[in-house]
Design a protein around this ligand. Structure first.
Ligand SMILES: C[S@@+](CC[C@H](N)C(=O)[O-])C[C@H]1O[C@@H](n2cnc3c(N)ncnc32)[C@H](O)[C@@H]1O
Length: 224
């Protein structure tokens, strides 16, 4: 599984997340970028390939070891640090951009993690985070079962068991109000839909992703 997603993530990341993140980041030449909870390091490697100076933080041993191994096999100048986002060591100075992709829903103490991401930025730096869209959580499973999206609760936080651990549902306003309370100004929200042509290539018919957004992608700038 780590190998399968090592190049550019899974189908959904390839088609829905990566293109938006890369567009929002723009030219990365000589930019210091933090991939906060980098997982297997796929995004770190894409960013380094665009001439960014990348630090990837990851606490999980297997994921960290895999990312380091990829750097040993094909060095790209990426520095990997094994750490918890809520307890970051000195990472060598502030960043032009910090990305936390699909990370905050996995962390129970997520406000500390978000604060650490924002504090790691230079003033004016760009903070990007992605989450499963809070309004359409578990989009594909409910679409498959009901032929449409269904939910019966939204307003309270609840746990979503997944193959690699528990995620936490939180509301849209919870995430957006927290990032603005940390001194960031929202610059863009993206709710990408799948190009119907790409849906044809999908391993299963992912028509839900054509009609409803599976992800929310948030761009914010640190103002102070
Ligand atoms: C769904 S994965 C996303 C990984 C990667 N950003 C990606 O898009 O493939 C969630 C990540 O959050 C990490 N994580 C969970 N709790 C964390 C914490 N307290 N601090 C830092 N990372 C954490 C996990 O180890 C995992 O790499």
């Amino acid at each position: 599984m780590l190998e399968q997603t090592a190049l550019d993530g899974d189908f959904a990341k390839r088609h829905l997340v990566n293109p938006v993140l890369l567009r929002m980041l723009g030219d990365l030449t000589r930019q210091r970028v933090l991939d906060a909870s980098c997982g297997n390091g796929y995004l770190s490697r894409i960013l380094a390939g665009r001439d960014a100076t990348v630090v990837g933080v990851e606490p999980g041993q297997l994921l960290f070891d895999f990312a380091v191994e990829q750097e040993t096999i094909a060095p790209r100048g990426i520095q990997y640090v094994q750490a918890d986002l809520c307890d970051l060591p000195d990472l060598g100075g502030p960043f032009n951009a910090v990305i936390a992709s699909m990370v905050l829903p996995a962390i129970p103490t997520w406000t500390g993690a978000m604060r650490a991401c924002v504090h790691a930025l230079k003033p004016g730096g760009l903070f990007l985070f992605t989450v499963n869209h809070p309004c359409y959580e578990q989009l594909w499973p409910t679409w498959r079962e009901h032929g449409g999206y269904r939910t019966h609760r939204y307003l309270t936080e609840y746990e979503i068991p997944g193959p690699s651990g528990v995620d936490f549902h939180r509301t849209l306003s919870t995430y957006l109000n927290q990032v603005t309370s940390l001194g960031c100004q929202l610059t863009e929200l993206a709710e990408p839909g799948l190009d119907p042509d790409a849906a044809i290539e999908a391993p299963t018919a992912i028509d839900a992703y054509v009609h409803l957004p599976n992800f929310l992608i948030v761009a914010a700038r640190r103002t102070t």
